[in-house]
Write a protein that binds this ligand. Structure first.
Ligand code: URA
Length: 218
């Protein structure tokens, strides 16, 4: 766990003994570690089931998420729900969904490096407390901040890729297109379809397929 000598509030949040307490401390913290605090309505910690084996990581809250205090509840979230339902998974029951930054960037721009640096310890603590079997990185922002060795890359080459990271032993990572990208470019849909089928096959093969999930379609 990464503690900060000069930030007692953050230390208190990241030293929460369990996920429920972490979530409460962070959402009630009034965190002001970066400039995004000035424009937010709510700190958006997550949505879904912290006991699930799948953690999905997006970029940052949009307008709806900011207003409701829950991750992926706007248009991109509704599409994510449909994509996961297509392989038999329910986003609220079978996964936890979080973001690289917990406060809404203005005009939905990508978060800046200083904002990510301020917020990343919270995501790292989420991963440590949840202990997911698989982490799904949605889009380029999520990939580049979880794997800092990634600099110049194209999502066309990355989407669908499975990999591991030395900083997160025992965790399998997978990259998927961000659902918002599909809203702008419908030509990505067939690739997304084959990538989530690969996700379904991987989860079944590794015995991570949730017992109460619908029978996966072939
Ligand atoms: N896009 C994201 O990356 N995260 C959200 O929570 C909503 C939209």
């Amino acid at each position: 766990m990464q503690l900060d000598l000069f930030d007692a509030k953050r230390n208190e949040i990241v030293s929460a003994p369990d996920y429920t307490e972490f979530r409460r401390r962070l959402s009630e913290s009034g965190c002001r570690r970066c400039p995004l605090a000035a424009g937010r309505t709510n700190i958006v910690v997550d949505r879904g089931n912290p006991a699930a084996p799948i953690l999905v990581i997006g970029e940052g809250p949009g307008e709806q998420e900011d207003l409701k205090g829950q991750a992926f509840v706007g248009k991109a979230g509704q599409l994510l729900d449909k994509i996961m339902a297509s392989i038999g998974l329910d986003t609220d029951r079978h996964m936890l969904i979080a973001n690289v930054v917990k406060c809404r960037p203005p005009e939905n721009r990508a978060p800046r490096q200083d904002e990510v640096d301020a917020c990343l310890p919270y995501l790292q603590r989420q991963i440590a407390l949840i202990k997911p079997r698989i982490v799904i990185l949605l889009g380029a922002t999520s990939l580049k901040h979880l794997d800092p060795t990634k600099r110049d890359f194209s999502m066309a080459n990355e989407a669908g890729r499975f990999f591991v990271l030395g900083d997160y032993p025992g965790v399998q990572f997978m990259v998927l297109y961000h659902p918002a990208a599909l809203l702008y470019n419908a030509r990505l849909k067939p690739d997304m379809w084959s990538h989530v089928q690969a996700l379904r096959d991987f989860l079944k093969e590794k015995n991570c397929w949730p017992k109460d999930a619908k029978a996966a379609k072939a």
